[in-house]
Design a protein around this ligand. Structure first.
Ligand code: FES
Length: 314
């Protein structure tokens, strides 16, 4: 069994929208599962090396289940195809504990969400939590056709603005306008396809006081693999050279060290490692600008070094 995972049983598959199914995972002996906060995801070890991250759709509750929504992507690199074509109710799968790099600020006076397509999955969890707390929110949910709007039954009615491209003459949601309309003091979130996330980030950066977060399912930069630096392990003082064509993760594993990783693309956070000294060359899609500037942590699967030596908390 892969380190850091629990074998869970696929207990149920539900239709949510065309090409989108909800997969319920439960402990085989009915034991409780580690809790999580809205915005969290789990890694599904679908087969062999095939590990994919999927957001939890519903808030943690008395029902001991991890429910993820998976869209069958015609350009699938294997993950969604494996889930839709091979998974059967009753299968046992290694599943990681939940991790959360897209946390909900429950104390914000108002929350504004912009979600596109399957990007609704973490947002649905957040919205349900706010509904339970009785807190206000605005959700701009963009889909290509009305039939593709999954999880609507969980989102309430007030504050939900459904944008259907087909019904708007093929026009996409005006993300810049939605961000410009976010009230001062509100927290803003976006999850969806890359063009939506890029538009959101550009508009959000134009409002320096805005508190915002994005959740990406794809890398935003090439992994740093130029090498030419040394990683020193803070605990032992051991030095591991990182050569051309290598990531830090590959160099450490090549040196016989056991280091945890999952996506190897800078999108899941499994390999997050503390930085003791040196300046990382951040390439991940997870850390905020402030987190990157602080250089306290880095994702060693994809980020490199801007200094000849990096001292890592390993
Ligand atoms: S392994 Fe996923 S961010 Fe590094």
């Amino acid at each position: 069994m892969t380190e850091g995972t629990t074998l869970l049983r696929l207990a149920r598959i539900d239709y949510a929208a065309p090409g989108i199914h909800l997969f319920d995972f439960r402990h085989p002996q009915g034991e409780a599962l580690p809790p999580y906060a809205p915005g969290a995801h789990v890694d599904l070890h679908l087969q062999g090396d095939l590990v994919r991250q999927y957001s939890l759709v519903d808030p943690a509750g008395v029902d001991a289940v991890y429910r993820v929504g998976i869209k069958r992507d015609p350009r699938s690199r294997g993950g969604s195809a494996a889930a839709h074509e091979r998974l059967r109710v009753g299968d046992l799968l290694p599943v990681s504990a939940p991790r959360n790099h897209f946390p909900l600020d429950e104390a914000a006076p108002h929350s504004v969400f912009i979600a596109g397509g399957i990007g609704i999955t973490p947002v649905a969890c957040m919205v349900q939590r706010l509904l339970a707390l009785g807190r206000g929110f605005t959700l701009h949910y963009a889909v290509r056709t009305r039939a593709e709007a999954a999880l609507l039954d969980r989102l309430g009615a007030e504050g939900v603005h459904l944008h259907v491209d087909d019904e708007a003459g093929g026009r996409w949601l005006d993300v810049a306008a939605a961000v410009a309309a976010v009230p001062d003091g509100a927290a803003a979130y976006c999850c969806g396809p890359a063009p939506m996330l890029d538009a959101f980030e550009a508009a959000a950066r134009a409002r320096p006081s805005l508190c915002w977060q994005v959740e990406r399912f794809a890398p935003t930069a090439e992994a740093a693999s130029a090498g030419g630096f040394v990683v020193r392990l803070a605990a032992s003082g051991r030095c591991v050279p990182v050569g051309p064509g290598q990531t830090i993760l590959e160099a450490l594993r090549g040196a016989g060290l056991s280091v945890r990783a999952s996506c190897r693309q800078g999108i899941c956070g499994t390999c997050e490692t503390g930085v003791v000294a040196g300046t990382p060359d951040h390439r991940d899609a997870l850390l905020s600008d402030d987190e990157k500037r602080s250089n306290k942590v880095m994702m060693i699967c994809c980020s490199g070094s801007l200094t000849p030596e990096l001292v890592l908390d390993l």
